[in-house]
Design a protein around this ligand. Structure first.
Ligand code: KG4
Ligand code: ZN
Length: 360
């Protein structure tokens, strides 16, 4: 096998169908086919619709990725696939296709944990040295991880209910702003007064790095309904102020918990400490600015992969697959799809976390 090998990655665990071809850290192609329009009318990802769309699009996605990489399918040295955690129908579609390709091409098959794909991306983009601290914040995930190696993760905490992206999306829906909610709430908040409405800062009174976001959405609903009852509707100023108040609460909670996670991580005294973010919410400007300042104050390298590699994609799966292959990991035709698969098996389960994609 050439070194580094040519790896085809497949991703289908939530609402993005993706395929990518990588050689080491070189991304030869990365194709992502989103499904947002299929789910729009339902206000969330519908698992059955997602599974069917993955089954319909995966082979087209692979064909595109292979063509864009300028290679032939037979040139692929190994196939890496997200085998969990996620929506079972989608994960199954990916695993079945990967098995077919591996059997047909007679190449190694590597099942990859989707969260490991996100967590290892700073190695792909910035060659960030192990161990680094990672904050995964998206529509389906929210957790702090110390990333020690391709298969070694320590989870310091995570959400016990909604993921922050979900909370942004629900907030947008309640305020009549377009989806995805993150960018539209951020835009509305720019002209808002974050102090006009009081939002809770959930779980700050408890020690540790766990988070909670479902109470924020309830607080927003109450404030909104109060305004509608008093004035018969929402003015643009109300929407801006509610957006700003909500966004500030999410920012404050994430910054405080990041300080705690950094303190735990830095106590291990890494010679070159690093902090990385991943997930769509990492695009939030006030949050990002706050995190950068925290890191700069502590002499910690800040890494934020470009958005296309921060959100769900298959390049991260191919890259993680390559790291596992180098460690001798290979799977056979008994590889199964795992709806739940925590990265840190020793950490207590996070009940109900990341409902959107049923992530671990
Ligand atoms: O990583 P991602 O693409 O995948 C899923 O988890 O599906 O994250 C999407 C999430 C959405 O909930 C979206 O509202 C949120 O990321 N998001 C943002 C921003 N841009 C995207 N949240 C806050 N501020 C933003 N600027
Ligand atoms: Zn993801």
């Amino acid at each position: 096998m050439p070194n580094p090998p040519l790896i085809l990655g497949l991703e289908s665990s939530c609402d993005d169908t993706a395929a990518a071809v990588l050689r080491g850290r070189e991304v030869l192609s990365s194709v992502v086919m989103g499904q947002a329009e299929l789910h729009r009318a339902f206000g969330g990802v519908v698992p059955e619709i997602a599974a069917r769309a993955h089954a319909e699009k995966l082979d087209l996605c692979v064909a595109d990725a292979v063509r864009q990489a300028g290679i032939a399918l037979k040139d692929i040295d190994a196939i890496a696939v997200t085998s969990g955690p996620g929506l079972i129908g989608g994960v199954l579609s990916g695993v079945m296709l990967a098995k077919g390709l591996a059997a047909g091409l007679n190449r190694p098959l590597i099942g990859v944990n989707h969260l490991a794909g996100h967590a290892l991306t700073p190695r792909l983009t910035d060659d960030l040295p192990f161990p680094y601290l990672m904050l995964l914040v998206s529509g389906g995930h929210c957790q702090f991880l110390i990333v020690r190696g391709p298969q070694e993760f320590t989870r310091l905490g995570g959400t016990i209910d909604d993921a922050p992206g979900e909370a942004f999306d629900k907030t947008a829906r309640l305020l009549g702003l377009p989806q995805p909610g993150g960018p539209s709430v951020q835009a509305a908040a720019e002209s808002g007064d974050e102090t006009r409405f009081r939002f809770p800062r959930p779980l700050l009174d408890r020690p540790g790095c766990d988070l909670s976001f479902s109470g924020l959405k309830t607080a927003l609903l109450r404030q909104r309904d109060g305004l509608i009852a008093d004035h018969g509707g929402l003015h643009d100023r109300d929407i801006a102020d509610l957006s700003a108040g909500f966004q500030a609460a999410v920012r404050d909670v994430l910054l405080e918990k990041t300080q705690r996670a950094l303190a735990i991580y830095l106590a291990e005294a890494s010679a070159q400490p690093g902090f990385a973010i991943a997930g769509g919410v990492a695009a939030n400007a006030p949050l990002r600015a706050g995190l950068e300042t925290l890191c700069a104050d502590r002499g910690v390298t800040f890494s934020a992969p470009p958005l296309a590699l921060c959100t769900d994609n298959a390049a991260m799966i191919a890259f993680a697959g390559g790291l596992l292959l180098a460690q001798g990991v290979q799977h056979d035709m008994t590889l199964s799809a795992r709806p739940r698969w925590p990265l840190d098996a020793a950490a207590a389960p996070l009940v109900g976390s990341g409902k959107k994609g049923a992530k671990a």
